[in-house]
Design a protein around this ligand. Sequence first.
Ligand SMILES: Nc1ncnc2c1ncn2[C@@H]1O[C@H](COP(=O)(O)OP(=O)(O)OP(=O)(O)O)[C@@H](O)[C@H]1O
Ligand SMILES: [Mg+2]
Length: 343
Amino acid sequence: MTGRSTSTVPRLVDRQPGMTAKELVGHLIPPPQFAHASLENYVPDERYPSQAAAVEAMLLFTSAATPVRKLFSRKTTMEPMRPGVYLDGGFGVGKTHLLAALWHRTHGRKAFGTFIEYTALVGALGYREAVAHFRGAALVAIDEFELDDPGDTMVMSRLLGELVSSGTRIAATSNTPPHALGEGRFASQDFLREINALADRFTTVRIDGEDYRKRDIEGHAVSLSEVEFEGRIEGAAGTVTVDGFRDVLRHLATVHPSRYIGLITGIHAVGLTGVEVLHSQTDAPRLVAFVDRLYDAQVRIHATGVTLDQVFSDDMLAGGYRKKYLRAVSRMIALTSMIDDGR
Ligand SMILES: Nc1ncnc2c1ncn2[C@@H]1O[C@H](COP(=O)(O)OP(=O)(O)OP(=O)(O)O)[C@@H](O)[C@H]1O
Ligand SMILES: [Mg+2]
């Protein structure tokens, strides 16, 4: 019991993180909760055969890293695999787990990051430097391949093309199959051409299933009464912040999403008061990016107001970012329901 009062706890809005290229590079490893993710501790759900098939595909992808020619044979022993594998599936089916497992199995120089982290790094290093940095790496793993910006897609597509020609293999995850990326968002022909060129580099592995995070929890995020909220904040272990929900949204608008990680570094729980339904189409993707970082770091959320699974309006859920919003909902349900493990 820390006996802190909510009026003296730190606020997210007072944090102004800056991240150098070096810090961004240093961050290219799987998030802590995937430190021990392996193909062995991924338990395929028997009701969804695509899960066991995905494990097989990962094994094949790692073993096919160097196609070998048999002694006395002119033929290579296996069909040349595409240089990339793309895990496509719903939320919480274990895509990031499998991606991290692949990363752990890969020897040599390798990187693991979200799409947004790679684009931020290209921005910080410059394109040529970024190519030089990753060139010849054994594996570049890209989690949450999502396209919010045609410019970013073009850059990533070019970068991946150059890396593939240097022998680097690419593994990616997304909630959207590659040919459908950008669907309902941008119609530019250039953009579609780029997406298709990108997609041709990947073997798509589809994973069906239920949200693993929902196997144990109810379908709603937890909303606390004011008294409960105060109690949680006072009793919280480690560093906890308290902010108004609207204030956080305003603050997120002033920080680049690639720096949200710096916003929550060292924090064990965030308190959000007065959660309400979002009104702005620009606030929504920022909240998603913020929740992603909270989820990666397993930062618990204590909230009052509207339950966090209901913040995206029906209009938003009917648009091109539907899957992204539903994923954030799944993650907020998990983070508001976390059992206090005394961290
Ligand atoms: N089949 C499984 N066996 C063991 N653990 C699993 C399995 N599926 C998921 N998990 C665990 O459940 C949690 C959620 O999985 P993960 O984050 O990999 O899902 P995801 O498909 O990447 O979800 P999202 O779409 O939200 O990114 C992780 O802690 C992961 O280790
Ligand atoms: Mg994931």
